[in-house]
Design a protein around this ligand. Sequence first.
Ligand code: GLC
Length: 428
Amino acid sequence: MNKMIEEAINVLKENDRGGYTVPTSRLYPFQWNWDSGFTALGLWRFNKWRAWLEIISLLDAQWENGMIPHIVFRQNDPDYYPGPDIWNSNNEPPSSCLSQPPVLSSVVWQMVDKGTPYDARKAKEIFSRLMASHRWFMDSRDPVNKGVIAAIHPWETGRDNCPDWDMGLKNVEVPKELESYARRDIIHVDTEQRPTKVEYDKYMSIVHFGKKVGWNDNVIYNEGPFLMADPGIQFILLRATKDLLRLAHHLRMNAALDEINNWIEKLTKGSAWLWNETVGGFCARDMRTGKFSDGITNASMLCFYAHVGDNLQREKMATHCERILKKCKYAFPSWDPEHKCFNKIRYWRGPVWLIMNYMIEKGLNEMGYDKLAQRIADDSKKLVNTAGMAEYFDPIEGSPLGGANFSWTAAIYLEMNSVDISKNITEN
Ligand code: GLC
């Protein structure tokens, strides 16, 4: 078996904490929402049962209202801040109180589509949970029925300190009564590669507000300090809803079809609100002021994955894609390298993330942009082959950044190499 594939499998095994997988030891010692989704894809390639367990353990933390939290705290760990006592979720198991990009239904659909009746049986058991999580997004993050999903915190977007959020964070005031705190992330990773103190104070101020209003989604939507639309969440949810529809047909869940179709229609219409004519691309947008971010990101590129936009819009996005690829040795940077805010090593302000590459490549392939898709697939493999299973990578130098031995990087590497362990075992 290829040495790197073996290594990727080992990373996933070493990050296994018994029923769930941590993103990496020390820096992220709990279960993260979309990390577990992508991790399940990788696990599925060598241990199906363990892949389903990953999903079931994540859903074990789903809230009554359908929300799947972004972090599940199975135990306390002084190595991480903010831990369970700060979020104060008041439920079991303790969790954070916001969500993350909803990749789960797409992951499940892929496992069923490529799988056996066993996978379909497992999916059937959790189908109503998936429905509830989509319903929560539609009701709580779009209570005004606009078809545009709001993120109430940069952490909800999964792209924590992307310049997209600078505009929304500007309005966040740090309250005098904000508890003092000691960050733990910068003990494990170079400060140059992590969000700044100013950003972190604002992140904690939004948490402070949420706690103050008892994490009431309605109050947060209407009065919260931060409310932005994210092409990442919007396009990932739309794609996941389309995959949920495929799953519903496959499992003959006919009673769910109307509701799902209705969500798809709404989200498709709402996606047009993210088109920034000045930039000629899909961008993040402040929900309160209507002001656009002016940068093309790896999340903008997910328009292909969601199959949104008219022909002209797609061509414009493909042109951006080509232009950006020319500027980088390794695809695909999290921020436009020609924009003044580009920083090749700082968290989500430039570096490459394999999970984003995976979705971009899939979308480009499906929409007929084979050459662009191929470049992204090749670069992704090259990055891991030379720099290992890093959390993220420098798009110019290809060097590893952030945490090492990262679960989702290992998982996507297995996925991109279409690893079939049973074949590998017999071949060796
Ligand atoms: C960071 C990332 C987020 C991810 C988490 C765990 O917070 O920004 O997307 O889920 O790390 O890997």
